[in-house]
Design a protein around this ligand. Structure first.
Ligand SMILES: CC(C)(COP(=O)(O)OP(=O)(O)OC[C@H]1O[C@@H](n2cnc3c(N)ncnc32)[C@H](O)[C@@H]1OP(=O)(O)O)[C@@H](O)C(=O)NCCC(=O)NCCS
Length: 181
């Protein structure tokens, strides 16, 4: 079935999440390497029903704008990006991005997706600030966030334990004024 494209830029589009995506999520999320980047998800066995529940929660949650990332040439979903904890009163939100399809990593889709969501943020939502968080060993994510103008603003020491080692959680932020300049 043709996917419903909401926004499109260069090689990727944002499409509406659909129930059929749950099958892929189920396949990809039960991979500990992928989970290792995702905070509290690490080391868990995720059931299909968990994702079905999450899908319903997100569908009804007006403070969460979730898009599936779709590669135009390949005509496939590689996973998602969302602005969550949207707070219109204080004009801020948090960002999550994940490319679960390992063959689609490091092809600039992550960078393009963040640039596209920043455009949506700037042109549609008009928020003042976006925050995000990552684990310090995730150098690829850090590189991408720095490329799209996020700056480190906070660090929590030894928040995550991976392979017998503790790692810090790094927080970053971007303001509308940074985007404008
Ligand atoms: C993090 C993620 C979104 C990045 O998207 P991507 O499409 O793979 O990344 P891009 O191709 O756009 O850019 C990757 C950049 O990191 C660089 N990079 C890769 N590995 C690196 C490393 N170990 N150290 C430093 N830079 C690295 C690449 O060279 C590239 O930089 P360049 O554009 O200057 O060449 C994606 O890899 C992903 O979802 N990973 C798994 C889940 C995850 O980590 N999510 C983020 C949780 S906070």
């Amino acid at each position: 079935m043709e996917r419903i494209k909401i926004l499109e830029w260069k090689n990727i589009s944002f499409v509406v999440p659909e129930k059929q995506d749950i099958e892929l999520w189920y396949k990809w999320i039960n991979d500990f390497e992928t989970q290792s980047y995702l905070g509290s998800m690490y080391g868990n066995i995720i059931f299909k029903e968990d994702e079905e529940e999450y899908y319903e929660i997100v569908r009804k949650d007006k403070t969460n704008k979730l898009f599936m990332i779709y590669v135009n040439d390949d005509k496939k979903v590689i996973w998602n990006i969302n602005l969550f904890k949207l707070d219109f009163f204080n004009r801020k939100a948090e960002l999550w991005v994940a490319i679960f399809d390992k063959n689609s990593r490091e092809k600039w889709y992550g960078t393009e997706s963040i640039k596209l969501i920043l455009k949506y943020w700037f042109e549609v939502l008009w928020l003042n600030k976006i925050n995000l968080r990552f684990i310090e060993f995730n150098k690829r994510a850090q590189k991408v966030y720095e490329k799209v103008w996020f700056k480190e603003c906070w660090r929590l020491k030894q928040e995550s334990f991976r392979n017998w080692k503790f790692y810090d959680d790094i927080y970053m932020e971007i303001f509308a004024r940074d985007f404008l300049s």
